[in-house]
Design a protein around this ligand. Structure first.
Ligand code: AMP
Length: 422
């Protein structure tokens, strides 16, 4: 059945109460408790502003962190009220229990905004039972019982509003109370994505379905196992696959190279060879780093040396790509018309091993100015783009690490399916 989806662009919120799932899982400064990066709050502003500008009221709900117990002040959303207020330029209201908001909701007037306390203070949100269990059977029974309670939880949240808007892309891959189950309590015309999810979907779909060649995927990060599914899906779409980061060495060792103490997933070496074979069959060019900056310890102050990636000296580990690889990658990226980047080229958290990742960030920006569509996802690559002040020099920076990976792997995301049916 074709699902006719309600779009936020042409919905009129006048006189309506909209419950909006936002992703306000923002980092807090450990000493001051202030919001240290408000990117996610800024990401939700277009949707919130549209609702109140129309003359509707917005009830915002989110999780923050991973509270293990119910209510835990460390994870209270009360701490971010002032950051939301300064971004929105207006006062907002706050209710300290997301299940006890009836009175506040009833009093909410058009143009007003109410924030509910952290949804994860209730185990119903994630549907994962908390506490200790004597055995797996007991845990499974608790999980089953919690599923019913999760429906009640979602139904209660739904009861606050006439309209449900999901704008939390970062949790769209989770089948949680507020991201998926709640949608069952709204009809097709009164549930929709917010502007942020819409733009995330548009960016990812254009890379998946309308990519101009040459399309280059740059995959980095620690492990092959985390990226295997996305690599397999992309092999059907890209012309070039650049591999960097720790996962390089599983490939290099599988190819018979010497990798010293570099990171390696021994049990994924066959898989690495399989990827290389599949790439060959499909005519995808794979670029593995040819040289590396090695360290004698996993430490910011370690001694370093440069070697071929397949000739890492004993006792050393490769922690970044070196100049020859940077040059090759830079050329491939600059000549691409579509670029997807996920995962750092090295241990970029340490300055000595950040050069490769920084160079790739600049290469992606250069490709963008040459007319390429460039999409960056995953916390670390996004951090590298932000650190180098390149966010406005690339086409799209995704807000959802895990959600983006799963979507690009070709998986159905529960939070997306709940609204558009697929
Ligand atoms: P991921 O979450 O899989 O994208 O991995 C990101 C992490 O991979 C970052 O914290 C990097 O420090 C780490 N990483 C990148 N390159 C290497 C490497 N050569 N050896 C060990 N860790 C690495």
């Amino acid at each position: 059945m074709l699902n006719i989806m309600q779009l936020i662009d042409n919905f009129n919120f006048a006189g309506k109460k909209a419950i909006v799932r936002v992703d306000f899982n923002v980092p807090l400064n450990k000493e001051t408790g202030a919001v240290s990066d408000d990117t996610r709050i800024r990401g939700a502003l277009p949707t919130i502003k549209k609702i109140i500008a129309d003359g509707g009221s917005a009830i915002l709900m989110s999780h923050m962190g991973r509270p293990k117990q119910n209510p835990d002040p460390k994870f209270s959303l009360k701490q971010i009220v002032s950051a939301i207020e300064s971004n929105l330029g207006m006062k907002i209201q706050f209710v300290d229990d997301c299940m006890k908001a009836d009175a506040a909701v009833a009093a909410l007037k058009p143009g007003e905004v109410l924030l509910l306390e952290n949804l994860r203070f209730y185990e119903e949100e994630e549907g994962k039972p908390r506490g200790e269990f004597a055995n797996d059977d007991e845990k499974a029974a608790a999980k089953k019982a919690l599923k019913d309670k999760q429906k009640e939880f979602a139904k209660k949240l739904a009861s606050y509003a006439n309209v449900y808007v999901n704008d939390a892309f970062g949790t769209a891959h989770r089948a949680h109370g507020s991201t998926a189950v709640i949608a069952d309590y709204f009809d097709e015309n009164s549930k929709m994505f917010g502007f942020l999810i819409n733009s995330e979907l548009k960016a990812m779909d254009s890379v998946l379905n309308e990519a101009k060649a040459p399309f280059t995927a740059i995959m980095g990060g620690a492990k092959v196992s985390d990226k295997i599914m996305i690599i397999e899906n992309l092999l059907n779409r890209v012309q070039n696959l650049i591999i960097g980061g720790g996962m390089t060495y599983t490939f290099i060792k599988a190819l018979g190279g010497k990798i010293g103490n570099s990171l390696c997933e021994e049990d994924k070496m066959d898989l690495a060879l399989e990827i290389l074979n599949k790439a060959k069959e499909k005519g995808v060019k794979v670029y593995l780093p040819t040289d590396a900056v090695n360290a004698d310890a996993f430490d910011a102050n370690a001694n370093t040396c440069v070697s071929k990636t397949n000739e890492t000296p004993d006792g050393w580990m490769g922690l970044d790509i070196a100049d020859e690889s940077i040059k090759t990658f830079d050329e491939v990226i600059a000549n691409s018309k579509t670029v997807l980047w996920n995962g750092p080229m090295g241990v970029f958290e340490m300055d000595k091993f950040a050069k490769g990742t920084t160079a790739v960030a600049h290469a992606v920006a250069k490709a963008t100015s040459n007319g390429a569509f460039t999409l960056i996802g995953g916390g670390d690559s996004v951090a590298a783009i932000n650190k180098n002040k390149l966010a406005d020099k690339v086409s799209y920076v995704s807000t959802g690490g895990g959600a983006m990976l799963e979507y690009m792997e070709g998986k159905v995301l529960p939070g997306i399916k709940a609204i558009r049916g697929k």
